[in-house]
Write a protein that binds this ligand. Structure first.
Ligand code: SF4
Length: 501
C-alpha cells in the first residue's frame, strides 16, 4: 500500500440528476432555503475536513482521499477547490471524487488549476446514468477529462436491459479509460450466462463483482470512511466506530479496523482491502478503480499466490479471477519463485495455463514461452563446490540435493528435518567455511529447513531484467508481488512499491 486512503462523505444529499431509483434526486426539488442551508453546511464541513487532513498528512500517513457523496459533489466549486488544496500537498498522492460527470469541465478545471491543483493527482470515478444523459454526451465528457490529463474510470450498474447501451459506451470511450460494471443489486435473480459474458466483455474485471468476498478486517488497517457529522467507520458498510471530528486534535493515527460484516458486498468495501489482487490490478490506491495495466506481472508463489499455511496449495477464487483479468488485459503473467520449475507448476496447476514461465530456483533458472517460442537460461554453479559441501553434511545434520540441467548444477539445497530450521548464524558459518573463490561465485538463502545455494548472479531482480529484455518491455512497465526479503529488490525494480499506475 502506498499510504492510507480516506473516503469522505459530506452532509450533501442533493443531486442535479433525477434518476428514478435514487432517493437523493428528489431532494433537489425541495425547499430552496433548506437546500441552501444544507449546501452552506456541507461547504463549511468540507473545508474544515480538508484543513484537518492537510495538517495530519505526515502524522497519519493518509495519502489518498476520495469523496463518496450521496448527492452530486462536483457541481459545487468548493469540492474542486478542496481537492486542489489536497492535491498540491507533497504528501498527498491522489485526491478525487465519485461523480455523475455532469459538471461543466472548462470552468471547474480552471478553478481547480487556479487553486494550485495538480491535475495529475486528480482522480474521478464517473458513473453513467442512462436515464439522464446519452452515451455520446457521457463519453465525450470522459474523453475531454482524459485529454486534460485527469485519471478517471467510468462505469455503470449492470442492468441487463442496458447491455447494448453499455457496449456502445465501451466503443465510444478511449481504450485507456476503464469501464466498470457493478453487479446489480435487487435483481432477485442471477445473471444468465449470456448476460455474464456480455458484461465481462465490457469489463474484464466483472467476474470479481460476482464473487462472494468474505470479510477480512486484517486487510483493512490502512483505510477509513469518514462522514461530515464525525462518524468514523472502517469502510462504507462497517459499523460506526466513533464520532471523529470533535476529536480531531488528538487524531494522529487511523483507528484499528472494526468490521462486523460477513461479506464485503460492494466495490467500495472489497476494492479497498489491502490484498494481492487489489494492488496488482488497481495500484496502491485501488479504491479509485483505475487499473494499473502492467505489461507483465511477476508473482512470488509461496506466501503470495499460495498461502504458506495452506497445505492443499489452493489458490483463492479472487486470485484466480484477478489473474484471468490481467491475462485478458494483455499482461504477461510470470512466476518469480525460489521453487524449481516442476514444483512451481505443480503447486500452481490450477492457473498454470495463464502463465508464460518466469523466474525459478531463486533466479537461477529463467524460462519464457510465448507466441509458440521458448527461451531458457540457467546460472550454473561450479560443480567443484559440491566436493567442499559434502564433508559438511554430517556436521550440520543435513542432506545435499541438487537441481541440474544437462548434467550441470544450478541450485543446491542443504535439507534438514522440518523441526530443525537453519539459523542465520550457522548458515553464515557454513558458507564462510568454503574457499573464497567458491564463495565469490555463490550466494545462499534460508527457507526454514532448507539452505539454498545458487550462483551469485542469480536473483529475482536479475531475472526480471532478463525476462523484460526478452519481452521488450521496461521493468517500470511491470508489477511484482512477493512477501519475503528475496522479493524486495524485484519489487523495487518493478516500481511496485511506489507507482500509482
Ligand atoms: S466489510 Fe468493510 S471493514 Fe469488513 S472486511 Fe470488508 S471492507 Fe473490511
Amino acid at each position: 500500500m502506498g499510504g492510507y486512503t480516506v473516503l469522505y462523505r459530506g452532509s450533501l444529499k442533493s443531486c442535479n440528476y433525477h434518476c428514478s431509483y435514487c432517493p437523493f434526486s428528489k431532494r433537489s426539488g425541495g425547499d430552496r432555503d433548506v437546500l441552501n442551508r444544507e449546501l452552506r453546511n456541507d461547504r463549511k464541513q468540507w473545508f474544515s475536513f480538508v484543513k484537518m487532513l492537510l495538517e495530519r498528512v505526515e502524522a497519519t500517513n493518509i495519502r489518498a482521499l476520495m469523496v463518496t457523496p450521496y448527492g452530486e459533489a462536483m457541481i459545487h466549486p468548493w469540492y474542486w477547490e478542496g481537492l486542489a488544496q489536497l492535491s498540491r500537498h507533497d504528501g498527498i498522492d491522489a485526491a478525487g471524487a465519485q461523480t455523475n460527470a455532469s459538471f461543466s469541465i472548462e470552468p471547474f478545471f480552471e478553478l481547480f488549476q487556479k487553486a494550485g491543483g495538480k491535475p495529475e493527482k486528480l482522480r474521478l470515478w464517473a458513473t453513467f446514468h442512462p436515464e439522464m444523459t446519452s452515451v455520446s454526451a457521457f463519453a465525450e465528457k470522459c474523453t475531454r477529462l482524459w485529454e486534460l490529463g485527469v485519471q478517471l474510470c467510468a462505469g455503470a450498474v449492470g442492468a441487463p436491459e442496458n447491455m447494448e447501451l453499455l457496449k456502445q459506451l465501451r466503443k465510444e470511450l478511449p481504450e485507456g479509460i476503464y469501464l466498470w460494471i457493478n453487479r446489480m443489486d435487487g435483481m432477485r435473480r442471477a445473471y444468465t450466462p449470456k448476460e455474464t459474458s456480455g458484461f465481462a466483455e465490457i469489463d474484464p474485471y466483472f467476474y470479481r463483482e460476482l464473487l462472494p468476498h468474505p470479510a477480512n478486517e486484517k486487510e483493512c488497517a490502512g483505510r477509513m470512511f469518514l462522514e461530515a457529522d464525525g462518524r468514523i467507520r472502517t469502510c462504507n458498510i462497517a459499523p460506526v466506530q466513533k464520532r471523529g471530528l470533535k476529536e480531531v486534535p488528538v487524531w494522529e493515527t487511523l483507528p484499528a479496523p472494526v468490521c462486523g460484516r460477513k461479506r464485503c458486498s460492494c466495490y467500495l468495501a472489497y476494492g479497498g482491502r489491502d490484498n494481492l489482487m487489489n494492488q496488482a490490478l488497481f495500484g496502491p490506491y485501488p479504491l479509485f478503480r483505475i487499473p494499473r495495466r502492467p505489461k507483465a506481472v511477476f508473482f512470488d508463489i509461496m506466501g503470495t499466490l499460495v498461502s504458506d499455511a495452506d497445505a492443499s496449495d489452493r489458490i483463492s477464487a479472487e486470485t484466480v479471477a484477478g489473474l484471468s483479468s490481467l491475462k485478458k488485459e494483455g499482461a504477461v503473467l510470470l512466476f518469480a519463485t525460489t521453487l524449481p520449475y516442476g514444483e512451481a507448476v505443480r503447486r500452481c496447476r490450477s492457473v498454470r495455463s495463464l502463465f508464460c514461465g518466469g523466474i525459478f530456483a531463486a533466479g537461477a533458472h529463467l524460462f519464457l514461452e510465448k507466441d509458440g517460442k521458448t527461451r531458457e537460461y540457467f546460472y550454473y554453479l561450479d560443480d567443484v563446490c559440491l566436493s567442499f559441501l559434502k564433508p559438511l553434511e554430517r556436521k550440520y545434520g543435513c542432506r545435499i540435493l541438487t537441481l541440474k540441467n544437462g548434467g550441470r548444477c544450478y541450485k543446491i539445497t542443504l535439507l534438514r528435518a522440518h523441526r530443525k530450521p537453519w539459523r542465520e548464524k550457522e548458515a553464515r558459518e557454513l558458507f564462510d567455511a568454503l574457499p573464497e573463490e567458491i564463495r565469490n561465485g555463490m550466494r545462499y538463502l534460508i527457507e526454514d529447513n532448507c539452505l539454498q545455494m545458487v550462483s551469485a548472479y542469480a536473483d529475482k531482480a536479475g531475472g526480471v531484467k532478463k525476462l523484460c529484455e526478452w519481452l521488450c518491455v521496461s521493468p517500470e512497465e511491470t508489477y511484482a508481488a512477493g512477501d519475503s526479503a528475496e522479493d524486495v529488490k524485484m519489487m523495487e525494480l518493478c516500481g511496485s512499491r511506489t507507482k500509482d499506475r
